[in-house]
Design a protein around this ligand. Structure first.
Ligand SMILES: Cc1ncc(COP(=O)(O)O)c(C=O)c1O
Length: 416
């Protein structure tokens, strides 16, 4: 019964009485690298060695022959789209349950984001991508959300057959594998973020990993105001580009953090598996599961609730779970469709109509609107799912108490 007096929300004892473990992220190795960076007497990547070494480490990590450093994950996705050759008026397919960093580059290029649905595991599918392909589709941004892999073999085959580029957004999926292969290595480009809310942090930063040398050169030049600096050494800006450069300070921290990435992602993996095991048999909900053959780095996870068997709304459950001291929240923050940008289709409110709506209003008369018609699974998830936070510092006790609190609340709210 939801009015069970044993529930913390009704005055009963809390399940989680100790704070969740928090790991120390930075230490001597970061300090050592930062010292080296400062002693170079330059913090510019073109003259220092920290960023270059970090790129070498990223090449070894991803197994890709080319890596471009950049200032953020959003920049990395944008650069990936430059590799795909998107331009004004092109359509780019992407799931709506993501950070705006997955779509900023699309809009910046005058291309149009087109939302495809996600499956119950939060990832796109080949069928959901295929359903949104038109004659204007030029690329797909595949977001591997929460550390779970999207079905890359199928999506890659679908896109290759049609000459559609693929950017794999791995911002939340460091260390994630599918059938032993690291995500980010199927598509035209793999985009990574090292902002402070990712498995590894440089404060802000990102990388793009590529297999093609010509695209590497294009992306590298675009990331640095189109100086051809790394290739001919010419100090001239030939064409358009952004300043997406990574500084030596970020490169220094990246070098130290990349040494830790495997330990961090495998700890997340172990915590995720432990929780999955302990939540088996949960009544009224289930934890999302990865595709067969997946190795998830569980950046976070989610519970899919079954409203038909629950005496209360998802948000009431979340309140009861939070009262138990459990680190979770309503899933719903990851919904680009609700953002004013897509809801009202005002891109640059400081411009007048209709220029403020570009690229949602195209010069050839195409007009784009956004609602949930094409993404029913996504809609259901934002209404019913619950996000579980997972931290690399979580102890076994944290995992046990998280599972115990979830069982306690769902048992109380369950109705057969
Ligand atoms: C899935 C996803 N893509 C892209 C980004 C953008 O990364 P950044 O904040 O480094 O620009 C984020 C960041 O939150 C993200 O979670």
């Amino acid at each position: 019964m939801r009015n069970d007096s044993n529930l913390a929300i009704n005055g009963g004892p809390k399940t989680k009485t100790t704070p969740y473990g928090v790991a120390k992220r930075f230490g001597e190795s970061e300090l050592q690298q930062l010292r080296e960076a400062l002693e170079q007497n330059t913090l510019f990547y073109g003259m220092g060695t920290q960023v270059k070494q970090a790129c070498e480490k990223m090449k070894a990590y991803t197994g890709q022959p080319y890596v471009v450093p950049c200032s953020s994950g959003s920049a990395a996705v944008h650069l990936g789209l430059i590799a795909c050759g998107i331009g004004p008026g092109d359509e780019v397919i992407v799931t709506p349950n993501t950070d705006s960093g997955s779509v900023i580059g699309i809009i910046e290029e005058g291309a149009v984001p087109v939302f495809c649905d996600c499956a119950e595991n939060l990832q796109p599918t080949a069928a959901s991508v295929a359903a949104r392909i038109t004659s204007h589709t030029r690329a797909v941004v595949v977001v591997h959300l929460a550390g779970y892999p999207a079905p890359m073999d199928e999506i890659d085959a679908l896109c290759r057959a049609r000459g559609i580029g693929v950017v794999e957004d791995c911002a939340q999926s460091w260390g994630t594998r599918l059938n032993g292969r690291l995500v980010g290595t199927w598509g035209t480009a793999g985009a990574y973020s090292t902002n402070d809310f990712k498995h590894i942090s440089t404060g802000d930063g990102g990388f793009v990993a590529l297999a093609d040398e010509t695209l590497y050169r294009r992306v590298s030049n675009y990331s640095d105001k189109h100086y051809d600096r790394l290739f001919t050494g010419e100090q001239r800006q030939a064409h358009h580009g952004m300043n997406y450069r990574m500084s030596e300070l970020q490169g220094a921290v990246a070098l130290a953090q990349l040494d830790k990435v495997d330990a961090i992602t495998s700890r997340h993996h172990a915590i995720g598996l432990q929780l999955e095991e302990k939540l088996k048999g949960l009544r009224g909900a289930r934890m999302i599961s990865g595709l067969p053959g997946s190795y998830s780095s569980y950046w976070w996870s989610a519970l899919l609730t079954d409203p038909a068997h629950l005496d209360g709304t998802r948000d009431e459950l979340v309140k009861a779970l939070q009262a138990e001291g459990i680190n979770l929240s309503s899933y719903g923050g990851y919904d680009l469709i609700q953002r004013a940008l897509f809801r009202d289709r005002i891109v640059r409110p400081w411009l007048e109509e209709p220029r403020n709506r570009y690229p949602f209003v195209q010069p050839d008369g195409r007009k784009y609107t956004y609602d949930y018609t094409q993404t029913p699974n996504h809609k259901r998830l934002i209404e019913t799912a619950i996000t579980i936070s997972l931290g690399v510092g979580y102890t076994d006790q944290d995992v046990n108490e998280t599972a115990a609190g979830i069982h306690k609340v769902f048992n109380a709210f369950y109705r057969s």
